[in-house]
Design a protein around this ligand. Structure first.
Ligand code: ADP
Ligand code: MG
Length: 399
């Protein structure tokens, strides 16, 4: 789950981390009021969307020479003008895709006198199975490009989760950023505070780009992207209020209401499965047969009729779906229950594309018999390979 920059900065400030003052605005009047609360004379108006690269982004509705999604304003009047140009318009950045994202929120912040920009990120490193801090002197730049062209400028510090972020880790970070004296000390403290915020908020990633050294020798977080590990949702009731559903895929959002794991993909075969492993295997074998999954919807272990119906609806509401493969293993759930669920769901939703069903597990014969006896047009499959071959053939035939 991703949150906006202004929300992330509020969370960081609670951990004693320095961020420029700023206020949220959803209208031009609010943007002006926000600027009036700041000392000036330099303000920055920042589009709040769940994507980076805003500064270099372009607004679809404005000409190619118009300013981007992060704008320096030298007066309250300029803030008013910028807010008017940005709100309600579509910002296209390297990370939004061509369709861009409509700007509905602005963050109006203090303009900072920047002496130096750095890069810093905390993430969970799968290779070491530990949190890692990644730092670079090349702040404010596209870090992927830095990694490609000058990888030696990126330093990774692996953190021992039992020891936490140590003073030695802090010294390594300061050294990598070539900071000395008071700044090195401030850097060590900042890194420790960031690590504390990272852990306390169950972050999947916390990226600061840029971290800046100001003209008067202070370290400030100028931009940040924070994302949470959804597995920890149960212990963060406060996340609900931070969620911006307008940033989420509407079908993934609908699926989450039914506790279904739905992921949109690029192909034309919709997949209903139970269990993540089966989902991966199903997608692999579809690809092996020369087609691509349009999505997968994991109904989980204890799916009931309602869940199966919701999964059908969600999968079929995607116009890219030209065929559907149901691949379910009846472990705790019995295959006859699943078969009944499929029939009533398919009837309720009305299915106009070929449907291949592969059932395996408890009461499989009963389940197959129920499907065979129904008037639903189901192509039964015996195993995974058979199911994939059949759905690909059906889709090719229809197309
Ligand atoms: P994005 O990464 O989405 O482009 P940033 O917040 O990093 O957005 O802004 C892009 C650049 O704009 C920064 O690298 C920095 O140079 C400048 N900038 C951002 N915020 C401020 C600020 N408060 N004061 C001065 N310059 C800023
Ligand atoms: Mg940035």
């Amino acid at each position: 789950m991703n949150i906006h920059e202004y929300q992330a900065k509020e969370l960081l400030a609670k951990h004693g981390i320095g961020v420029p003052d700023g206020h949220l605005a959803t209208s031009v009047a609010e943007a002006v009021a926000a600027a009036e609360k700041l000392p000036g004379p330099l303000y920055v108006v920042k589009a709040q969307i769940h994507a980076g690269g805003r500064g270099k982004g372009k607004f679809k509705e404005l000409g190619p020479d118009a300013k981007g999604g992060v704008r320096l304003a030298h007066s309250v009047d300029e803030v008013r003008e910028d807010a008017g140009e940005m709100l309600g318009h579509t910002l296209v950045t390297k990370q939004t895709g061509d369709e861009g994202k409509e700007v509905q929120r602005l963050y109006v912040t203090d303009g900072v006198d920047i002496a130096q920009e750095y890069y810093l990120a905390l993430l969970v490193d799968r290779a070491s199975g530990r949190p890692a801090m990644v730092v670079s002197t090349e702040g404010g730049m596209d870090i992927e490009a830095v990694a490609e062209e000058t990888p030696e400028k990126i330093v990774t510090i692996t953190i021992d989760p039992l020891a936490g972020f140590t003073e030695a880790d802090g010294r390594r970070a300061a050294e990598a950023l070539r900071l000395e004296g008071d700044l090195a000390e401030a850097c060590g403290k900042l890194c420790a505070d960031l690590y504390e915020a990272f852990v306390a908020n169950d972050c999947a990633m916390l990226e600061i780009n840029p971290l800046v050294e100001t003209g008067d020798g202070e370290l400030l977080v100028l931009d940040t992207k924070m994302s949470f590990d959804s597995n920890a949702e149960f212990r963060h009731p406060e996340w609900e209020a931070l969620r911006d559903t307008s940033e989420e895929d509407p079908m993934e959002l609908e699926a989450s209401k039914y506790d279904l794991a739905y992921i949109k993909l690029d192909g034309n075969i919709g997949c209903m499965v139970n269990g993540a492993g089966l989902a991966m295997a199903t997608m692999d074998i579809i690809k092996l047969n020369g087609a691509f999954p349009a999505n997968f919807c994991d109904v989980g272990g204890g799916a009931d009729k309602e869940k199966v119906a919701a999964a059908f609806r969600i999968i079929l509401s995607d116009p890219a779906v030209e065929g559907m493969l149901v691949n379910i293993f009846g472990g705790i759930m019995r295959c006859d229950t699943i078969a009944e669920g499929i029939i009533s769901a398919a009837k309720e939703v009305g299915i106009s594309v070929p449907l291949v069903v592969r059932l395996e597990g408890t009461n499989v014969e009963k389940g197959k018999a129920i499907l065979a006896e129904s008037d639903l047009k189901v192509v039964p499959a015996d195993d995974l390979g058979d199911a994939a071959r059949k759905i690909v053939a059906e889709v090719n035939k229809a197309g």
